[in-house]
Design a protein around this ligand. Structure first.
Ligand SMILES: Cc1cc2nc3c(=O)[nH]c(=O)nc-3n(C[C@H](O)[C@H](O)[C@H](O)COP(=O)(O)OP(=O)(O)OC[C@H]3O[C@@H](n4cnc5c(N)ncnc54)[C@H](O)[C@@H]3O)c2cc1C
Length: 536
């Protein structure tokens, strides 16, 4: 939903309206280049934080209510329906399901607003592979039992390039203009990663596995969760500027967390947990679509017609005898409504869950241990861009030394070669200051500020970017993803907050994994759904 639209719809709530304007939510569309700031979650989140709602007059009965239609919530809903629990409803505050795997589009292509790819999956994730079969991403298996992926969904060549030392090189691991000692650091780093990929803990489990909870709990490995990636790299004498940049780029890319802040366990997990093999793709290939993971969202919701209520802001979740009462604001009618269910799955971030439950102790644990980084994502529609020398335009285009993660070309997966216009999705995790300060700054800034920031960065690699850009739309994700800082993955808070309340209120969100990736959301949903199936 466009931010302005959300404001218009909620102006009927007398107390809420001034709050929205106080947050500077109306700034938009003033840049010389057309576009706007899209997305309503901040306004809705502030409503939830700052406004007390009266209880609804009546509660409609449901077997299961799921709050949150991101990957985790939709995965839970899909699994319940497949197992015969059909009296369910999924509530989401946005107009479109998908959470931060949401997507948009224009006349030239669809494009992602957040999550945009999944790596070739690990072969032991059988439920996930079945889902990919359902989505027709996997078309069969070869004689060795390896999945065959639809070629349209394996990222087309050229896949990745890095602008470094004045030249576009192939791949993201820097090699252009590096001396022998700098190249040796990469050799050593990948040898260590190879060791971790094969390593098993004393409990016989893989050292690094997906979901994270299937990883070994060997003490020597857990020790890695008590230091940062930087400290671990220091201990390995991996000191060259290039290896540090590369690891920092990767941890900001997957976790929105710089390498000197992320847990070494999580940092190594990024590299060492992916072991997937395919009949027709390399182990490091990725699966992607014009609309990014929005494609997988469509597949998850395939059999959920009539079971997803969008524009539905949950305002409270309360145990009531052996039932759960869920109140929500129906944004379209501006009415508060009630649901009473046998089970509720809270597929929302933990800071939202704590507010909905009205649980201050839980809220304190979240504030102490869960840190959510904001991101800015821009979609640009561009004509023919001037290219600097080297590797041609690729799906993923990264600039060495930039605070951004570069851009992904949403039109890259289209089959036709000549494209009238391209849509580029630009990613910037806001890690330059504390998440709280960055969030405030982000919401204060208007469209012009963000558009200029994107153009200034891309000007280094495309000098005519300003002349060639027709439109820039901006998405601000205030709490984009949880940061796996030291102590997050192997700490107690994550485990205790995952536990169900009274056998009726369950939790499912990627922040409970500590690692925000599609597979974790998929399994969070399955885990919560299974708890319910065991009781029915
Ligand atoms: C910019 C960005 C890029 C990413 N790129 C990738 C990628 O390429 N690959 C990858 O695997 N992962 C990526 N991720 C990680 C991504 O977060 C996960 O893969 C996954 O989409 C998270 O799903 P979720 O259901 O756990 O959470 P969310 O997506 O956070 O879903 C929570 C849902 O709850 C809803 N909600 C919140 N409060 C309420 C309320 N009070 N009432 C009703 N509804 C509410 C929200 O609207 C949302 O839909 C990216 C994340 C971001 C932010």
């Amino acid at each position: 939903m466009k931010r302005g639209e959300f404001i218009r719809l909620t102006t009927g709530i007398a107390v809420a309206a001034p709050l929205l304007y106080a947050c500077g939510e109306t700034k938009r569309g003033t840049s010389a280049i057309p576009g706007e700031i899209v997305g309503a979650s901040a306004a809705a989140g502030h409503l939830l934080r700052d406004h007390t709602f009266n209880p609804p007059a009546a509660f409609e009965a449901k077997e299961v209510v799921i709050v949150g239609a991101g990957v985790s919530g939709l995965s839970a809903a899909r699994y319940l329906v497949q197992h015969g629990v059909t009296d369910i409803i999924v509530l989401d505050l946005e107009q479109q399901p998908g959470g931060n795997a949401a997507s948009g589009g224009n006349a030239f292509s669809k494009y992602p607003w957040g999550a945009h790819y999944v790596p070739v999956p690990n072969n032991n994730l059988t439920e996930y592979l079945s889902f990919l079969e359902e989505a027709r991403v996997i078309t069969g298996y070869d004689q060795a039992g390896l999945p065959v992926y639809d070629e349209f969904y394996i990222c087309h060549d050229p896949e990745e390039r890095l602008y470094v030392n004045g030249h576009w090189q192939e791949g993201l691991v820097p090699n252009f203009g590096l001396n022998a000692a700098e190249l040796a650091d990469f050799k050593q780093f990948f040898a260590l990663i190879d060791h971790f990929k094969k390593l098993k803990g004393s409990d016989g489990l893989d050292a690094f596995s997906i979901p994270v909870d299937t990883s070994s709990r060997d003490e020597s490995l857990r020790a890695l969760d008590r230091m940062t990636m930087k400290v671990w790299m220091d201990s390995q004498k991996l000191t060259s500027e290039y290896i540090r940049w590369y690891v920092d780029y990767c941890t900001r890319d997957d976790f929105g967390t710089p390498y000197d802040m992320v847990s070494a366990w999580a940092g190594i997990h990024y590299f060492a947990s992916r072991k997937g093999k395919a009949a027709n793709a390399a182990h490091n290939d990725v699966l992607t679509w014009e609309q990014g993971n929005g494609f997988l969202i469509e597949a998850l919701r395939k059999n959920l017609d009539g079971k997803i209520a969008t524009g539905a802001l949950a305002t409270s979740v309360k145990a009531s005898g052996d039932r759960v009462r869920i109140s929500y604001l129906d944004v379209a009618t501006r009415q508060l409504k009630g649901l009473e269910a046998k089970h509720c799955i809270m597929a929302v971030p933990q800071f939202v869950a704590a507010r909905l439950l009205g649980d201050t102790e839980r809220g304190k644990a979240v504030t102490d241990y869960f840190h959510y980084v904001p991101w800015m994502v821009a979609n640009l529609t561009v004509g023919d861009l001037h290219e600097r020398g080297g590797q041609p335009a690729s799906w993923d285009n990264v600039i060495y030394g930039s605070a951004s993660l570069g851009y992904v070309d949403a039109t890259h997966q289209q089959v036709q070669q000549r494209k009238e216009r391209r849509n580029l999705t630009y990613y910037l995790p806001l890690t330059h200051t504390s998440p709280e300060a960055a969030r405030k700054e982000a919401y204060r800034a208007g469209h012009t500020f963000w558009a200029e920031k994107v153009l200034a960065d891309l000007h280094r690699v495309h000098p005519d970017i300003r002349e060639q850009t027709e439109r820039i739309d901006i998405m601000l994700w205030g709490h984009a993803m949880v940061q796996p800082r030291p102590g997050m993955v192997h700490g107690e808070a994550r485990k205790s907050l995952s536990e169900s309340i009274g056998g009726a209120i369950h939790f499912a969100h990627t922040d409970l994994a500590g690692v925000s990736i599609f597979e974790e959301g998929f399994y969070q949903g399955l885990k919560a759904a299974r708890k319910i199936l065991q009781k029915t």
